[in-house]
Design a protein around this ligand. Structure first.
Ligand SMILES: [Zn+2]
Ligand SMILES: [Zn+2]
Length: 460
């Protein structure tokens, strides 16, 4: 979304049609948002596009007699416990200086999923997961460190919405020797149900997505009796503070749905964009989810690990030993360099062989050596123009993929009912018939082994 569009409305000019408070344009959501009443509006027509419930995080509620709150003196994290459960250290920063207070702000969630996984099971699951990752520092496998993992009931907003989006892309159908190419153009209407967004600033959203999904069949009405022995967190982010995250996730579902349905129609489908998307009829419930959580300090940075307290799924964003990762990447790059040299030497040798065959016998051997060297240098230097960027990219890619440990959010099947409630208008257009060979060659060129790509670059 361009800045100009944001500027049309300025920062104070537009008023909420519902409550007359100032409304602001949220670039990432592509909507005007009223922070007072939670109204969402189309920036051009001011047409209402739904409402997000606003729960004021700072509003004072009734004092809750049976609960207390511990605030971490060093990082500000706050935990809620019942009166008989004391917090002794902060799992976010490790500090033992916690200030006890009476709980004086509204806490009561709508729903809860009780803990099912014990601390021992959580550590065991985490270790099982961590050992599948290469090059993790020892500290992240140490019993005495993991001992501090803490069970938090973590605040989540479970979001329902009716969504629509325009999805564009490219589809291909393969026949024996030709490929039909299509332009994909669809309008989608779909409903998402109970997509979870964690409402705690101190816990990373990607980390929470990595330990999804939760089994909603075990959601219960919130009751204080689940609290003793555990810690709970109060939300400090309302759904309205997360409109950008919500928008990104819902748009991903739109392309995911088209991908799901077009899998039967096309052999290859590539989504390019989900445009003009909007969501309305937002509904949300505030639920506490069981999460085992620990922050670990390492070389000046903080890394979070988490285990789903209901399903036991473990994940974390851990530091990978950079030296090990780089050695790995270097080894594969060296292999490619050797291959490249071998290919150019063979090519030059073939040329010399051809030259020998067509020249008279009295030519001195030295001349062949010079032809060989000249040809080899020419091929090598021109090949390098393609080869060096390939090598660089490969090294960077390999280093990057091996240094990421976090898992992705679950598939859309989890939150979109793919059997019902989806309306899809299909305006796909036939583009042209291409040759399969050309297409396959293109693909190999994009994706094939490096040696092949280099050969193609040189001898094309
Ligand atoms: Zn309003
Ligand atoms: Zn702390």
């Amino acid at each position: 979304m361009s800045n100009e569009q944001g500027n049309i409305f300025g920062t104070t000019s537009a008023k909420c049609p519902n409550c007359a408070a100032n409304i602001f344009y949220n670039e990432k959501a592509g909507k005007l948002i009223c922070n007072m009443c939670g109204g969402l509006f189309d920036p051009e027509s001011l047409k209402p596009l739904g409402k997000i419930e606003v729960r004021d995080t700072a509003a004072a509620g009734e004092e809750e007699e049976n609960k207390q709150e511990f605030i971490c003196d060093s990082c500000g994290a706050a935990v809620v416990t019942d009166y008989n459960t004391a917090a002794t250290f902060c799992a976010f920063c490790g500090s033992a200086t916690l200030i006890k207070k009476r709980l004086s702000t509204c806490f009561r969630p709508d729903l809860i999923i009780p803990f099912k996984i014990s601390k021992e099971e959580a550590i065991e699951n985490y270790l099982k997961w961590a050992k599948t990752q290469k090059g993790i520092p020892k500290k992240f496998l140490s019993e005495s460190v993991l001992e501090k993992i803490t069970g938090y009931y973590t605040p989540f907003w479970l979001l329902d919405a009716d969504c629509s989006a325009e999805v564009g892309g490219k589809g291909q159908i393969f026949h024996d020797d030709v490929v039909e190419n299509y332009f994909i153009d669809r309008t989608l209407e779909y409903k998402v149900r109970r997509v979870p967004f964690d409402g705690c600033r101190k816990i990373s959203n990607t980390l929470m997505e990595a330990i999804e999904p939760f089994d909603y069949s075990e959601l219960r009405d919130y009751n204080d009796m689940y609290l003793p022995g555990f810690f709970a967190q109060r939300y400090d982010l309302s759904a309205i503070d997360m409109m950008d995250l919500i928008k990104i996730r819902l748009d991903n579902y739109a392309t995911g749905i088209v991908k799901h349905f077009s899998a039967k129609e096309y052999d290859v489908f590539k989504a390019v964009s989900a445009e003009g998307s909007y969501s309305e009829n937002f509904k949300q419930v505030y639920a506490l989810m069981p999460v085992w959580f620990l922050n670990i300090e390492y070389e000046g940075s903080t890394y979070g690990i988490a285990v789903n307290g209901q399903t036991g799924k473990a994940s974390g964003s851990l530091p990978i030993n950079k030296k090990k990762v780089h050695m790995h990447a270097l080894a594969s790059v060296i292999k490619d360099v050797l291959l490249f040299i071998a290919i150019t030497v063979i090519a030059a040798a073939l040329v010399v062989a051809a030259v020998i065959a067509i020249t008279p016998d009295e030519v001195p051997d030295m001349a062949y050596v010079i032809v060989f060297l000249l040809f080899w240098l020419t091929v090598t230097i021109s090949g390098l123009i393609f080869f060096v960027p390939f090598i660089k990219r490969k090294f960077v890619d390999k280093s990057f993929y091996e240094s990421v440990t976090i898992d992705k959010a679950p598939n859309l099947e989890e939150y979109v009912d793919l059997k019902g409630s989806i309306k899809m208008e299909n305006r796909d257009m036939f583009l042209y018939v291409g040759s399969k060979d050309a297409d396959a060659n293109d693909k190999k060129f994009e994706k094939g082994p490096l040696s092949e790509r280099v050969l193609r670059s040189i001898f094309k």
